[in-house]
Design a protein around this ligand. Structure first.
Ligand code: GNR
Ligand code: NI
Length: 170
C-alpha cells in the first residue's frame, strides 16, 4: 500500500465534476489497490473520509470511516442521495484539502444514499448524524463543491485568511 498526495485548495481540480466509474472496473486489482491506498491515506491523515478528487482522480467514489475505533471502513462508488430529511443539523466541519480550517455547516440530518460497494454490488442505506454529514461532504467533493462554499462571505473570508496564515507559518 502507499500513501497518496492530497491536493489542496485552490487546486482547480477540486472544482470539477467527477465522472461515473464504469462498474466493471471496480473489481479490477488497480481499482482495489487504489481503494486500499485511499484508506491508508485517510487513516494516516487522519481523516474520517476521503473522496477520489482529493487524490486528483476525477471519478465518483469515496471512502470513509466515522467509527471511534477506526475499524468500519465504507466504500461508496457512484453514490446518489435519494432523499434528504427536512430536519437539518449543524456540525463543525474540516477538510483535508483545506487543512487547519474548521467551520460550522448546516446540512440534512438524515439521508438515503444509493451506491455500489467495493465489490460492485448496489446497496442503499439510511444514515444520520456524523455519517450523514460526512457522506454529504464527500459527495460534494464529487461535484466540485467544498464546505467553505456554504459559509457567509465574511466567514468564508475568515476561513481563507486562516488558511493563508497557517501556510505562511508552515
Ligand atoms: O476528516 C474529515 N473530517 C470531517 C469532519 C466533519 C465533517 C466532514 C469531515 S470530512 C474530513 C475529511 C475530508 O476532507 N473529506 O473530504
Ligand atoms: Ni473534504
Amino acid at each position: 500500500m502507499s500513501l497518496l498526495q492530497i491536493i489542496e485548495y485552490p487546486n482547480p481540480h477540486l472544482r470539477e465534476r467527477a465522472q461515473d466509474v464504469d462498474a466493471a472496473r471496480i473489481v479490477e486489482p488497480a481499482f482495489q489497490r487504489r481503494l486500499d491506498d485511499m484508506f491508508e491515506t485517510m487513516y494516516e491523515a487522519p481523516g474520517i473520509g476521503l473522496a477520489a478528487p482529493q487524490i486528483d482522480v476525477l471519478e465518483r467514489f469515496l471512502v470513509l470511516d466515522v467509527s471511534e475505533d477506526r475499524n468500519q471502513p465504507m466504500v461508496f462508488v457512484n453514490p446518489v442521495i435519494r432523499e434528504r430529511s427536512a430536519e437539518l443539523r449543524a456540525h463543525q466541519e474540516g477538510c483535508l484539502s483545506i487543512p487547519g480550517v474548521y467551520a460550522e455547516v448546516t446540512r440534512a440530518d438524515g439521508i438515503e444514499v444509493e451506491a455500489l460497494d467495493r465489490h460492485g454490488k448496489p446497496f442503499s442505506m439510511r444514515v444520520d448524524g456524523l455519517l450523514a454529514t460526512c457522506v454529504q461532504h464527500e459527495i460534494d467533493h464529487l461535484d466540485g463543491k467544498l464546505f467553505i462554499d456554504y459559509l457567509s462571505p465574511l466567514k468564508r473570508s475568515m476561513a481563507l485568511k486562516k488558511l493563508a496564515k497557517l501556510r505562511k507559518r508552515g
